[in-house]
Design a protein around this ligand. Structure first.
Ligand code: 5AD
Ligand code: SF4
Length: 439
């Protein structure tokens, strides 16, 4: 989401004649686009700001430093008055105001706009992608969140939920296709409540699939409480809607889910997973898990382990609970699971998850996949890296293939994180014949 927001900010600033540079010491203005989701995200920002303060001193003050995004509202006082680290603080709904705020700073004033909006979707801003691979792009389809999960700061930092009109999303997809992009991820805090007055999320996904049959469409993140069955049908029918779903569970225990204000039970969640696997044979799944939430007992923790063992996620993002200001959990509950217990529980779920991933990846050996090449592998220029439709990373010999190609690959080996493969031929979504999946 922040990458996507930065692309909107690029566009607004470049309209003003500003240009991006590669190194901080070449810059006249530096913005840090911040995240508040967990304490450690915020700590990293503080460290960066201290570095930039030193840089500013080296440049005799000829540097403007701004904080953008979720931390803006939370820390504006602290940051501007006590620490004097920044000149400019701009929240996620105020990026259009950046040129004016920069002018205020030039006039010697500190500038702040942290107002949240009910309408802003930046629908007419054409994002400038300065830092992607030219193959896959993010497209924001909605902003904010109304769900108020007890642990989560997003509704406070990013405001109320609002959807960007489908027409502007589809126009952007067409533009990306014309520019040669082969994969788009539709983004929102809670994509299945997408509603622009005319289209549901399932409608939008179907229309997105029709823009360019050779452009893969992914999305993140849906909520388990109201996942539309119609969308599962579309995913199973449309070859370019990827057979991969990120479906955050957060916990495997009903009492914890209730304390988290996640309005579904373990049983309902498992039913949804079963339905997904039935309608989309071979679909891969990933999740988000929080461990050590307020009052979490060992037994409740074991329920999370058992949920993860039962579902067998292909990928999981696992976090220790981090208390955030203003959330329901901070106001009503005690953050009472000791740090070392959180850490131990987190390493237990990580270890189990690594074993599951390795086991699942081993089953891939011998299978064929259509891989979209994203670039060279991190280890060697002689190898390419790309992803399967099911979102698994595959590394294989470069030969004559290049970034942006769809390559048919046979999987030969794996680790818990990556598949290795032999390339067979260049192909396309239309040409590729997937092998039947044993269910
Ligand atoms: N502590 C730990 N993890 C959190 N997440 C959200 N808020 C917190 C928090 N306070 C995790 C959730 C969410 C993901 C994006 O971040 O798992 O799905
Ligand atoms: Fe946060 Fe819950 Fe909204 Fe996700 S759905 S952004 S976890 S409040």
């Amino acid at each position: 989401m922040n990458v996507s927001d930065t692309e909107i900010v690029n566009s607004i600033l470049m309209e003003e004649g500003m240009q991006p540079v590669n190194e901080p010491d070449e810059a006249e203005v530096i913005f840090v686009n911040t995240c508040s989701i967990r304490e450690n995200a915020e700590e990293r920002v503080w460290n960066r700001l201290k570095e930039f303060k030193a840089l500013k001193r080296e440049k005799d003050g000829r540097l403007t430093v701004g904080v953008l995004g979720c931390m803006a509202e939370r820390i504006r006082e602290q940051i501007m008055e006590k620490e004097e680290l920044v000149d400019l603080v701009v929240g996620p709904d105020a990026y259009r105001d950046l040129p004016k705020l920069l002018a205020d700073v030039d006039d010697g004033r500190k500038a702040v706009n942290v107002l949240l909006s009910l309408e802003e979707t930046y629908a007419d801003v054409k994002p400038v992608r300065t830092n992607d691979n030219g193959v896959s792009a993010f497209v924001t389809i909605m902003r904010g969140c109304d769900n108020m999960c007890a642990f989560c700061v997003v509704p406070f930092t990013r405001g109320r939920e609002r959807s960007r009109p489908a027409e502007s999303i589809l126009d952007e997809l067409q533009r990306l296709s014309d520019q040669g992009y082969k994969e788009v991820t539709l983004l929102g805090q809670n994509v299945n409540s997408y509603d622009d007055g005319e289209h549901s999320f399932a409608d939008l996904m179907y229309k997105a699939s029709q823009v360019d049959p050779e452009m893969r469409i992914r999305f993140s993140s849906p909520h388990p409480k109201d996942f539309p069955e119609e969308l599962l049908q579309s995913i199973s029918e449309q070859p370019n809607l990827c057979n991969y779903i990120h479906i955050p569970a957060q916990s495997g225990n009903n009492a914890v889910l209730e304390r988290m204000r996640r309005p579904y039970t373990r049983e309902q969640y498992l039913d949804l997973v079963e339905k997904m696997r039935k309608i989309i044979p071979g679909v891969t799944l990933s999740t988000d898990i929080i461990t050590g939430f307020c009052d979490e007992t060992e037994e409740e923790h074991r329920d999370t382990l058992s949920l993860m063992a039962e579902v067998k996620y292909d990928l999981a993002y696992m976090f220790a609970y981090s208390e955030r200001g203003r959330t329901l959990a901070q106001r009503k509950y005690e953050d009472n699971v000791p740090e070392e217990v959180k850490k131990r529980r987190l390493s237990e779920i990580i270890e189990q998850q690594m074993n599951i991933q390795e086991e699942l990846n081993k089953k891939e050996i011998g299978r064929r996949h259509l891989v979209l090449v994203e670039g060279t592998s991190k280890r060697s220029d002689e190898q390419l890296r790309g992803r399967t439709d099911t979102n698994k990373m595959v590394v294989f010999d470069r030969r004559d293939y290049e970034k942006g190609d769809y390559v048919e690959v046979t999987i030969t080996d794996c680790t818990s994180a990556t598949l290795m493969g032999d390339p067979i031929r260049k192909s396309s979504i239309a040409e590729f014949e997937a092998e039947p999946v044993a269910v």
